[in-house]
Structure formats: C-alpha cells, structure tokens
Ligand binder design. Structure first.
Ligand SMILES: Nc1ncnc2c1ncn2[C@@H]1O[C@H](COP(=O)(O)OP(=O)(O)O)[C@@H](O)[C@H]1O
Ligand SMILES: [Mg+2]
Length: 306
C-alpha cells in the first residue's frame, strides 16, 4: 500500500488492487482504486481512494474455476476410460478374427477336435464382448446419473433370503451358500435394483473365485444405525499388490488370468454403494479367502417420509 501511495503521489498515476480482508471471522474481498487529485498547477494535492465490495464477484469466480476444473477432470477420465475400453475390446476381437480365419482357410484340413476348440474360443470371446458391453453401459448409466437412486423401505431379511435361494439355484451343487444373521435384520431404506447389483456382484465374484465345494456366506448385521452386509468366501484371495487398485475400472488381479471377467463389477458396486451414502472395504488373504464388507446407513434422510 505504501508503494502504491508513493507511486500515485510522486508519478501522478492511478492505481488499483484487490485486497482480502479478514474481520471477526468473516472474509471480504475489496477492490481499492487510488487516483491522484491535482491542483491548478498540476501538482498532486491529494489522493482519492474508492473501495468496492467484490466478495460476491470473487466467490462466483472461484466457483466457476472449480466447475471448469471438475469438467476438465471428467473429460480426462472419460477419454482415459474410452482408451481402456477400446483396448479391452480389441483382445477378444483379435481372437475371433484369428479363429475364424483359421476355420475359413483350413476348413477341410482341420480335425473335428481342433475345429471345436476354435469355435469355443470364438464363443468365449463373443461372451466377453457382450459382458463388457453390458458392464460399460451400466457403468455409463451410473456415472451419468441415469441409474437413479430410488430408495424405499425394504424388507432386508426377505431380500437376502430370495437372493441366496436364487444363487443356490445358479451355483447348483458347486458351492454351499449360507445366509447368516445374528438377529433378524430391520427394514432399511435402500434401492432394491442397486442392492441387487451390489450383492449379486459380490456373490458371483465369491463363487467365481473360490473352489467347487467351498462355502460362500452372506452375513447381515446391524450396528449403530448402520447395516453391515458381508460376503465371505474360501477362495483364491487377492494378492497384496493388487488390493489398492481393485475398484479401478478394468483392474483384475494377477491370479485370475484363466477366469473370465471384465474388471468392471467392483467399480459398479462401489458406485452403487456410494449412491446409498455407504462404504465398501475388503479383507483378503491368498489361498485362504476374501470378505467384502458393505456398510450402509439404515436410513437415508432425504428419502424418509415426514
Ligand atoms: N471374492 C474374490 N476373491 C478373489 N478375487 C476377487 C474377488 N472379488 C474380486 N476379486 C478380484 O477383483 C477383480 C475385479 O473384480 P470385478 O470388478 O468383479 O471384475 P471381474 O469381472 O474380473 O470379476 C477380479 O478380477 C479379481 O481379481
Ligand atoms: Mg466380477
């Protein structure tokens, strides 16, 4: 300020600056303009100081900057996602191309067994592409806000019982599915479609990544206004070095190359849990098993009827 005053007085030029003022816990932004006042002889006889409150202007500027930064991040994320997704599609497409070329070129020379093998590679790749498309579209709907969070008062006990019997049918003799509840779960405010995605994905992972004959347990507990849903398996576990990236799109652990999957399931699960205002975590040890733990608030205040 001293330097400015000196400049205005000595050089007879106007100056302005924005100042941040902190007073009684409040923060203001002020625009200060200093203009020289000249006497008849042209000498500086005084300085005119005008102050303007620009707090609202500064706030608007900051929120606009934040919005632009957020949009840039979304654009960056989307383009990274598209690059990754196209890469994931290329692999099965290349397999289909090679196998069908082989079948066309050597149709009469290939033994029946080799033909069956190539056809099965084609079928697996088509399956992988169609799973990828389903998951990418679902994730897109979650991220663009098109998969709406519509909570309702849900009978959690019935919901889990139905889900487990569905999965029992699906798993057949392969796995034992167990539903455990220390006490009968109270109803919760949850979105049944999203909850179906959450538990369905975790249960199918538990089955997919554990040996035939092992047990998969769904446990429901209630604690301090939260519902804790855990899915436990006795499977191959998750290597320590893969654990920190597990919820990233397309991330698959190093011990599952022979098991088909898209690496998008957990990303979708995490988003669906977050829409409920909940959290998801896991504990895992290789060759021992994995437990995924979903913690949901029992009540979703916004959706609660008055
Ligand atoms: N219950 C589990 N046991 C062992 N590994 C798991 C389990 N659940 C998830 N994973 C690991 O996390 C990765 C990501 O899971 P997910 O997003 O569902 O994709 P995927 O389509 O591969 O199942 C899996 O590829 C696997 O490596
Ligand atoms: Mg999965």
């Amino acid at each position: 300020l001293k330097d400015m005053l000196y400049l205005v007085a000595a050089k007879c030029v106007g100056r302005q600056m924005d100042i941040e003022v902190q007073r009684a816990g409040l923060q203001f932004h002020v625009n200060m303009v200093l203009s020289p006042i000249r006497d008849g002889a042209g000498r500086v006889s005084g300085i005119l100081c005008s102050l303007r409150d620009i707090t609202a202007h500064k706030k608007l500027e900051a929120s606009l900057r934040q919005m632009v930064e957020h949009q840039m991040q979304v654009i960056e994320l989307k383009s990274r996602f598209i690059t990754m997704a196209s890469h994931e599609f290329r692999n099965p497409l290349a397999i289909i191309q090679t196998a069908s070329d082989l079948l066309c070129t050597y149709d009469d020379k290939l033994p029946a067994e080799a033909k069956r093998e190539e056809l099965s590679r084609i079928r697996q790749s088509v399956r992988k592409i169609s799973d990828l498309l389903d998951d990418v579209l679902l994730l897109g709907r979650v991220e663009s806000g098109n998969l709406k969070f519509t909570p309702e008062l849900l009978n959690l006990d019935d919901f889990c019982q139905y889900l487990i019997s569905d999965f029992e049918l699906l798993a057949g003799e392969g796995h034992h599915l167990v539903y455990v509840k220390p006490e009968v779960p109270q109803p919760v405010y949850a979105d049944p479609r999203l909850l179906q995605h959450i538990l369905g994905n975790l249960l199918s992972n538990a089955i997919k990544y554990s040996p035939l004959g092992s047990t998969v347990t769904l446990e429901v507990m209630q604690k301090n206004g939260h519902v804790i849903l855990s899915v436990r398996d006795q499977g191959i576990g998750i290597p320590a070095e893969d654990q920190k990236n597990l919820f990233e799109p397309f991330h698959r652990a190093s011990n599952v190359p022979h098991i088909p999957g898209t690496g998008l399931g957990l990303t979708i699960v995490q988003q669906a849990v977050e829409l409920h205002g909940g959290t998801i975590s896991f504990e895992s040890q290789e060759e021992v098993g994995t437990t995924f733990i979903v913690k949901l608030p029992r009540r979703v205040p916004k959706a609660e009827p008055s």
